[in-house]
Design a protein around this ligand. Structure first.
Ligand SMILES: [Zn+2]
Length: 95
């Protein structure tokens, strides 16, 4: 720690960010989570955010607020693939 100024990516949300936080177990930049899917009764089912733990690797984090798992991290390519796959499946489902 040399106290140098941290440069945050444009998408980084300062309250979610752990870079430069004393005592943080890991240092990551993180965007504010957005609800990828919400239920009117129970709230958010899936939250999606960007996070970066190493320079050059920005991943997409899927979290399930009601789920038992902590969440799933996808690379940008995987997230793009998943989104395209879901779009195709939904198109099939709707005929
Ligand atoms: Zn940051």
């Amino acid at each position: 720690m040399d106290g140098s100024t941290v440069i945050h990516p444009d998408w980084c949300h300062i309250q979610q960010c752990r870079v430069g936080t004393p005592g943080a177990a890991y240092a990551w930049h993180r965007s504010s989570p957005v609800s990828g899917c919400a239920d009117p009764d129970t709230g958010s089912l899936v939250d999606v955010s960007l996070w970066q733990i190493r320079p050059g690797h920005v991943n997409v984090l899927l979290e399930f607020p009601d789920g038992i798992e902590e969440g799933t991290e996808l690379t940008a390519d995987q997230a793009e693939q998943l989104a395209a796959t879901m779009t195709r499946l939904v198109a099939s489902a709707r005929g």
